[in-house]
Design a protein around this ligand. Structure first.
Ligand SMILES: Nc1ncnc2c1ncn2[C@@H]1O[C@H](COP(=O)(O)OP(=O)(O)OP(=O)(O)O)[C@@H](O)[C@H]1O
Length: 436
């Protein structure tokens, strides 16, 4: 039996998705060392991946897209069991990956490989590239050394290098060539499944398309299944069949690639698409609603829908007649009150209230309220909302934070804050209260 046949026979066929991810969680912990414990600091969890589910079908490319820090790489590494999951399950060809050991685990490691982002750091500068590509064959003790070297030479040619580059060192290759070596290394054991973690983002734009085309050709030739992680929507569009959009450890939307680009549902997907620069002049001048601010910290994610602090379509309470911009400002204001982040003393000074005043007369009270509105609430408040907001602000004079917050909450709380939407169970699953 040839070495290729040996590798091929290890892969029995079965029906169903190749990879099934269910409620996957990966939390990291800060303040978890002995010094922190001695100082009495409790561990703080970082919810990098917080309960995500998706399938990857045989032969397809599923894209995982989202801003930096939303948990894409942690997802890829946890699916491959390079990181230990906190909870949830991954099935590969129907077998539970987190329960594998011995031969099962070794078989899974042969079948599920990774290509990393940075071809500069992922190759050992002291090892000739042929040896690097051969390493996995050596570890799994596959074939004779001559057969292994022959396979490596084949692979180098297949990824667009030449077999006589076997004994060269990584420093002798360009970035694109090094990524080709990384791909050859990932293919050595004839895997079924590759996680491609930002495979082109460290490369020059001119080389990116060549690597993506190579990945597409290899997928067809070797019937590969890909999970492609990228923050770059043009890369996603170029190569993916379906796309899962990730935000702060959760999945916001899953759709096939054309549907996602032509009719996105989730406000986050829409904002991501809007933030891509357009080539056409007419399009360049459009009124772009880009993403405001940064992704909140996964140490303390927002309640309810995680995107609601940046969402342009937050749902206001039933039948409230209020402009979206005003509503978001009021939500932000309430958060400042809840977190006691308004400098009451400075505002009292700015309002001309004497430090020694124990009780304010109605003129001072009014001046305080107006100064808070001027300095903190950066909007023209419609008259129908004046009295609720003024009453709440008046409580801040006596630093009655909770009372002020309760009044604002009772009037302005949104379902987007109180309930975390789950992915719908339909053709284009989306996790947003607008699509119940
Ligand atoms: N080993 C770790 N210890 C603590 N926190 C971590 C660790 N690895 C990742 N994180 C945190 O988990 C969150 C998700 O990180 P991750 O790298 O998975 O995101 P990403 O979407 O791949 O972003 P990027 O594109 O920047 O790599 C981030 O807040 C990150 O700081």
């Amino acid at each position: 039996m040839s070495l290729k046949d040996t590798l091929r026979s290890a892969q029995p066929e079965s029906s169903g998705p190749l990879v099934e991810v269910r409620n996957l969680e990966k939390h990291f912990y800060d303040n978890d060392n002995i010094i922190d414990r001695l100082l009495g600091n409790g561990p703080v969890s970082i919810r990098a991946v917080d309960g995500i589910s998706f399938n990857i079908h045989r032969g397809e490319t599923l894209g995982l897209v989202g801003e930096s820090g939303c948990g894409k790489s942690t997802t890829g590494e946890t699916v491959l069991r390079l990181q230990e999951a906190t909870d949830g399950s991954v099935q590969f060809r129907g077998d539970r990956v987190f329960e594998m050991n011995g031969d099962d685990l070794s078989e899974f490691r042969r079948n599920a490989q990774v290509v990393f982002q940075d071809p500069y750091t992922s190759l050992d500068p002291r090892v000739p590239v042929g040896q690097t590509v051969r390493e996995a064959l050596d570890i799994h003790n596959i074939g004779t050394k001559t057969e292994r070297n022959e396979r490596v030479r084949d692979l180098l040619e297949r990824v667009g290098l030449s077999e006589d580059q076997f004994d060269r060192y990584p420093s002798e290759f360009s970035g694109g060539q090094r990524q080709r070596i990384g791909i050859a290394r990932a293919l050595a054991l004839n895997p079924d499944f590759l996680v491609l973690d930002e495979p082109t983002s460290a490369l020059d734009v001119s080389v990116q398309a060549q690597i993506l085309n190579l990945l597409a050709d290899l997928q067809e030739e070797f019937e590969l299944t890909y999970l492609l992680i990228s923050h770059d929507l043009s890369v996603i569009r170029h190569i993916c069949d379906r796309v899962a959009v990730m935000y702060l450890g959760e999945i916001a939307e899953i759709a096939d690639v054309d549907t996602l680009f032509e009719s996105p549902k989730h406000p986050y997907t829409k904002a991501l698409l809007e933030s891509v620069p357009r080539a056409e002049t007419a399009e360049r001048d459009r009124d772009i609603e880009t993403l405001q601010g940064d992704v909140p910290s996964p140490r303390n994610p927002p309640s309810g829908c995680r995107f609601r602090t940046r969402c342009p379509e937050v749902i206001s309470p039933n039948s409230m007649d209020i402009d979206q911009h005003v509503y978001r400002e009021l939500m932000h204001f309430r958060e400042l009150v809840e977190n006691e982040e308004i400098s009451v003393h400075k505002i009292a000074q700015d309002a001309g209230i004497s430090e020694s005043a124990t009780e304010l007369d109605s003129r001072e009270q009014k001046a305080f309220v107006e100064t808070v509105k001027d300095e903190v609430l950066d909007i023209e408040l419609p008259s129908s909302h004046e009295s609720t907001v003024n009453d709440a602000i008046a409580h801040l004079v006596d630093e009655e934070w909770e009372r002020a917050a309760t009044e604002l909450r009772s009037e302005y709380e949104s379902i987007c804050e109180t309930s975390n939407p789950q992915l719908t169970d339909d053709e284009q699953p989306v996790a947003c209260h607008l699509y119940k």
